[in-house]
Design a protein around this ligand. Structure first.
Ligand SMILES: Nc1ncnc2c1ncn2[C@@H]1O[C@H](COP(=O)(O)OP(=O)(O)OP(=O)(O)O)[C@@H](O)[C@H]1O
Length: 385
């Protein structure tokens, strides 16, 4: 059910527009305003899906109404209605954020098409927002401990910059989560976030994976393929497990970082890329450098900013919050009944070593939600962990 506001000082035109729209779709909820001030008074926070707004009106005109709605009800689509002589203003209105304009008297087909398209657009915007919220919720970082607070503050400071970041820490401490948050909070957030797990790709394939290849570069290269650097253009490239990358691939990555250019395998032309690189590792790279497994020059290129992820054992005070978060999330995702944990069961879990960190805690919560009673008891927490 779409909500439409017709803003027009001539009663006859309001009636024509209303009749046409209702004839098209009886479920449209249509309100009318006879001047600009009234339209502004009627604006709720994205209450209307669409405004059909006359440009010339006594008192506050359509341009002022448009400005007000852009600022206070930004999802509402505004279609201007222009009479003779205000064509230039109509075009200005498009630049100022109006969806489209219609000339008076409006052509029936054009009016209906414009209304349909504007309403589709409004729906898309809303769907997009919901999706974004869902994604953000998926990558929520839970915890109030001082150790996590330090990480949060770092993220807020570095996200808006293009500085390269190296995230270190044991498995399951949330390194990928941090990389995603940096991307989401950066001005590259509308660009892609591309992840490469350097440990999972065989060393002979990593160059083609990162830089792409040209058809015929090797036996299985049957067509040109873009690499991850190119796919991440305008966004963020997350090189996970960078400590497991072969030395020859490291040399190529170094060049890409130095020159912001890559060459596909089997190609002879460089491609410019605009990519922010975030790397993560659970290895001690200083030790890897000493052993000759990691290039020191690459380390310095990657580690402009270093974020060290605390282990879960270093932030045990977050465990109750994490348990609560995971129970709600798992019950939502898997349709399991929501469960509480008895205080002594939580205290017991807080005392465990958690070598697998947050990933391990999540698994344990899931296991106890399936196997335990409600609330999960101390005995069950002992038995199943
Ligand atoms: N602070 C947190 N709040 C909520 N969930 C978290 C938090 N930290 C990590 N997680 C969750 O724990 C799991 C492991 O996190 P993530 O994959 O980011 O860790 P990682 O350090 O990159 O692990 P690995 O080194 O094994 O790749 C994920 O499901 C992630 O969503």
């Amino acid at each position: 059910m779409a909500r439409i506001l017709i803003v027009e000082d001539e009663r006859a035109i309001r009636k024509v527009l209303r009749d046409i729209l209702l004839n098209e779709n009886k479920s449209y909820q249509i309100d009318e305003a006879e001047n600009g001030q009234q339209a502004i008074d009627m604006a709720g926070d994205n209450f209307y899906d669409l405004l059909l707004c006359d440009i010339k009106m006594p008192g506050k005109d359509g341009v002022e109404v448009l400005r007000y709605y852009r600022e206070h009800s930004p999802d509402t689509q505004v279609v201007m209605i222009s009479g003779h002589g205000d064509m230039d203003t109509a075009i200005e209105c498009i630049k100022a954020g109006a969806y489209d304009y219609l000339s008076k008297p409006p052509d029936l087909n054009r009016l209906l098409n414009t209304v349909r398209n504007a309403l589709d657009r409004k729906n898309l915007i809303v769907e997009n927002k919901i999706l974004k919220k869902k994604v953000n919720r998926q990558y929520q970082m839970v915890g109030e401990s001082p150790a996590l607070q330090v990480v949060r503050e770092m993220i807020d400071k570095i996200a808006p910059t293009d500085a390269r970041v190296l995230i270190t820490g044991s498995n399951g401490t949330g390194k990928e989560l941090v990389a995603r948050q940096i991307h989401e909070k950066s001005n590259r957030s509308s660009g892609p976030f591309v992840e490469v797990n350097c440990a999972a790709i065989p060393s002979e394939l990593i160059e083609s994976e990162l830089f792409g290849h040209k058809k015929g570069a090797f036996t299985s290269a049957v067509k040109d393929r873009k690499g991850k650097f190119e796919l991440a253009d305008g966004g963020t490239l997350f090189l996970d497990e960078i400590g497991d990358m072969s030395l020859s691939a490291q040399a190529k990555v170094l060049r890409a970082l130095q020159e912001n250019k890559i060459t596909p395998v089997g190609g002879d032309k460089d491609i410019n890329v605009d990519v922010r690189v975030i790397a993560a590792t659970n290895k001690n790279l200083q030790e890897e450098i000493a052993k000759g497994n990691f290039r020191e020059d690459l380390y310095h290129r990657l580690s402009v900013i270093i974020i060290r992820m605390p282990t879960l054992a270093e932030r045990k005070e977050d465990i109750p919050l994490l348990i609560d978060y995971f129970t709600r999330k798992i019950s939502e995702e898997q349709g399991l009944p929501p469960k509480k944990f008895a205080p002594d069961a939580i205290a017991h879990l807080q005392g465990l070593p958690w070598t697998g960190n947050i990933r391990e805690l999540r698994n344990v919560v899931e296991r106890l939600m399936i196997l335990g009673s409600n609330p999960v008891t101390l005995d069950e927490a002992r038995r199943y962990v």
